[in-house]
Design a protein around this ligand. Structure first.
Ligand SMILES: Cc1cc2nc3c(=O)[nH]c(=O)nc-3n(C[C@H](O)[C@H](O)[C@H](O)COP(=O)(O)OP(=O)(O)OC[C@H]3O[C@@H](n4cnc5c(N)ncnc54)[C@H](O)[C@@H]3O)c2cc1C
Length: 410
């Protein structure tokens, strides 16, 4: 039995490594002709890190990342609303890593090439059609090649071709009025040197900042990732590499200064600025059709508001490998996978629309009428803040004790 994986991103490569770990053969078909370290920062939370640790990759990733120590919420006037420890610092068995997406991808790719064989990671193959019958699936590629396997897994991202094959009536991703500019800046460490900071609110400008690489030069600077978000009708194309322009968002943040960070200087000194709209897609009724299924962003693209995009794809990959290990009837295994993952993943998609962790900022923004507060306790109680945070962890699958106790997905 050989599984065809369409897409060699974080989800597809995690699936390849997980299938290999349970003795199931696979090949990965990636549209890009070469792999480059694309994107900027992402966060791998303890639930995703547990899976990558089971794959033996924690040390390799940790060397390239910053182990996040705390998450701090501020209003746009720089007043602290709430902070909580994260990862190991919060007593988890697994760390939270803030890391360049390109570094995660490179670690997964190197491990896949070592373990599965470089020839099984096939570049320059853009899937354009899938045909299935009772014995298998044939994938057809834009370059005229084809491949036959027992199943085909669409791990081909937010603009998935496989999703379109299964759901041809669906339109483009839904833009819901928030635009994002992302970048990385080399700068001196701030706060603990491993603090993730979320500030402001969408209507008046929101900013997320976290370091993703330590000690990058002789001056001990870090590579710091930032995302500026503003509510706006500006719906640019969904392209992970669209260049952004400083002047389109800088005025909103020009006056921001926080505990050791000159936000305006950070924005001005960016190495690179990218722009993309915050999009997701409505939940689908099904991912699995016979021997074809979806995984990761292809199945459930979500707003990047709770650091769960990569993590949920990693959970999918592990769960799917577990189903294929336990159930050798491939179509049944894909149905079991859907039963295990569709609702939990869509709970996160919906939660990211309504009450992601940054709902804390929304509450304070609304209750104070966007004005500085004298005492945060008079605006919102610690219990309520903790409940917002804990509720998100429960829905997304990284509540500490539940995560520690649950059986391996594979
Ligand atoms: C270039 C890029 C940059 C990103 N940057 C960031 C970032 O800075 N911050 C962040 O939080 N998230 C980023 N993401 C998204 C993040 O990686 C995903 O949300 C998450 O890791 C889920 O991974 P995935 O494997 O489902 O999808 P993706 O990581 O999107 O991977 C999908 C893969 O499928 C390939 N593909 C697409 N269509 C086809 C096809 N028809 N045939 C074969 N292969 C195909 C793509 O080239 C890609 O390699 C980025 C994704 C990409 C592709």
């Amino acid at each position: 039995m050989e599984i065809l994986i369409i897409g060699g991103g974080v989800g597809g490569l995690t699936l390849a490594l997980s299938l290999h770990s349970v003795g199931i053969a696979c090949r990965v078909f990636e549209a890009a002709p070469e792999i480059r370290p694309l994107g900027v920062g992402i966060n791998l939370l303890p639930h995703g890190m547990r899976e990558l640790t089971e794959l033996g990759l924690q040390d390799r990733l940790a060397k390239l990342a910053v182990a996040t120590r705390e998450l701090c919420f501020y209003n746009r006037f720089g007043q602290l609303i709430f902070s909580e420890p994260r990862g190991h610092y919060a007593g988890y068995d697994w760390p939270q890593l803030s890391i360049h997406r390109g570094d995660v991808h490179a670690v997964l790719l190197a491990a896949a090439r070592e373990r599965i064989g470089a020839e099984r990671i096939v570049l320059g193959h853009e899937c354009v059609a899938l045909e299935q019958d009772s014995a298998g699936v044939t994938a057809r590629f834009e370059n005229g090649a084809s491949a036959r396997g027992a199943a085909a897994i669409g791990a081909d991202g937010v603009n998935s071709a496989v999703r379109k094959i299964l759901h041809p009536e669906e339109g483009p991703p839904a833009y819901q009025g928030i635009n994002m500019w992302r970048g990385v800046t080399r700068m001196k460490p701030y706060l603990t040197g491993a603090s993730m900071l979320i500030a402001g609110w969408l209507e008046v400008g929101k900013m997320v900042v976290y370091p993703i690489r330590d000690a990058i030069d002789a001056e001990g600077r870090q590579l710091v990732n930032w995302v500026a978000e503003i509510q706006s009708p500006r719906n640019v194309m969904q392209d992970w590499n669209l260049a952004g322009r400083l002047e389109d968002f800088y005025p909103t943040f020009e006056s921001w200064r926080f505990y050791g960070i000159d936000i305006a200087a950070m924005l001005r000194n960016a190495d690179q600025i990218l722009e993309y709209p915050m999009v997701d897609r409505d939940p689908l009724p099904f991912w699995t059709q016979g021997r074809i299924t979806l995984l990761g962003d292809a199945a459930h693209p979500m707003y990047p508001r709770g650091s769960n995009g990569a993590g949920q794809g990693i959970l999918d990959a592990r769960a799917l490998a577990g189903c294929l290990r336990r159930e050798r009837d491939v179509a049944a295994a894909l149905r079991h996978y859907q039963a295990a993952r569709l609702n939990p993943a869509y709970d996160v998609v919906l939660m990211n629309r309504a009450n992601p962790p940054d709902a804390i900022l929304r509450e304070v923004h609304q209750r104070t009428g966007d004005r500085p507060f004298a005492r945060i306790e008079d605006v919102i109680g610690r219990d309520e803040l903790e409940a917002l945070s804990e509720n998100y962890k429960r829905v997304a699958g990284f509540e500490r004790e539940a995560l520690r106790k649950r059986a391996s997905l594979v």
